[in-house]
Write a protein that binds this ligand. Structure first.
Ligand code: MBD
Ligand code: FE
Length: 276
């Protein structure tokens, strides 16, 4: 089809629009339709391919996998890069880098002050301790900040989505203490992989890609009068550390991990052994 014919159809479609509705939605949707018409034209997409894509999207919606696809195609990371750029333009810089939320946060985790234990269900693997301090952009500790933490178990599965785990297993909200500090005890997570045979998996396979993330722990950090930080840390040494299907690993988000084997030091942390 020639460009004039495509332009004429687009004009005909837009002429059906009235003054009602949203100017923003009109602009964005019309742009997406234009770009998709052009892709179909340029790639000579066949009707069977188009309807196969429509059916794929219907199925992905039924599976609740749009969030996962958004992560896997790099859209979620792209939005982060745009937020970084917008902040830089406002002269905002420094601090812990942001990275993606992902589709697996659940609100309402039990709240504690200062410290928490995240693992409720028995879980094999290493005992994990993490501690940190929430500070404002001037470096001043923030007492009473909320640190929401969530991560996967030894199978890379998240409570709520994995109904074999008890509610809020490996999910907590921790208020920082008077010195802005928080700490928690948990078990080492294993990297998540997209559900085998699911919509995201099908797409990634066709792209010749894997659907695995390195082991990671998610955080929301919020405090009165402060911008909310959405971030993660990665566990150093994971083979997927720099090969995340969701592109979320960033330098500054791979803290040092220390293996503690000294019996006295372990007892001090209230454990008998680093693994059970
Ligand atoms: C996850 O655990 C996750 O963090 C992201 C971004 C996507 C899928 C699963
Ligand atoms: Fe995750």
């Amino acid at each position: 089809m020639n460009q004039e014919a495509i332009a004429a159809l687009l004009q005909k479609i837009e002429q059906t629009e009235t003054a009602a509705g949203s100017a923003r939605v009109k602009t964005v949707v019309n742009r997406i339709v234009r770009d998709l018409f052009q892709t179909i034209e340029d790639m000579d997409v066949q009707p069977e391919e188009f309807w196969s894509a429509v059916n794929y999207l219907s199925e992905a919606g039924r599976n609740g996998e749009y969030g996962l696809i958004a992560a896997g195609l790099g859209f979620e990371h792209f939005l982060d890069l745009r937020m970084d750029e917008a902040e830089a333009a406002q002269g905002v810089s420094g601090g812990t880098p942001r990275t993606i939320e992902g589709p697996l946060y659940v609100a309402g985790a039990p709240e504690t002050v200062g410290s928490a234990r995240l693992d409720q269900d028995p879980q094999p693997g290493e005992v994990l301790f993490m501690q940190g301090q929430v500070r404002d952009s001037g470096g001043q500790p923030l007492a009473g900040a909320l640190v929401e933490v969530w991560h996967a178990n030894h199978l890379g599965a998240y409570s709520f989505f994995d109904t074999t785990q008890s509610p809020f297993n490996l999910r907590r909200s921790i208020r920082t203490d008077a010195n802005g500090r928080y700490s928690f005890r948990s078990r080492m997570p294993v990297g998540y992989s997209v559900p085998p045979g699911g919509s995201t998996d099908i797409l990634l396979r066709q792209l010749g890609r894997h659907g695995t993330r390195p082991a990671h722990i998610h955080f929301f950090v919020s405090a009165q009068g402060q911008r909310k930080l959405t971030t993660q840390i990665n566990i150093d040494g994971d083979p997927y550390l720099w090969d995340d299907f969701a592109f979320a690993t960033r330098s500054g988000l791979v803290p040092p991990v220390t293996l503690v084997t000294d019996a006295a030091a372990l007892r001090e942390h209230g454990v008998d052994a680093p693994f059970y």
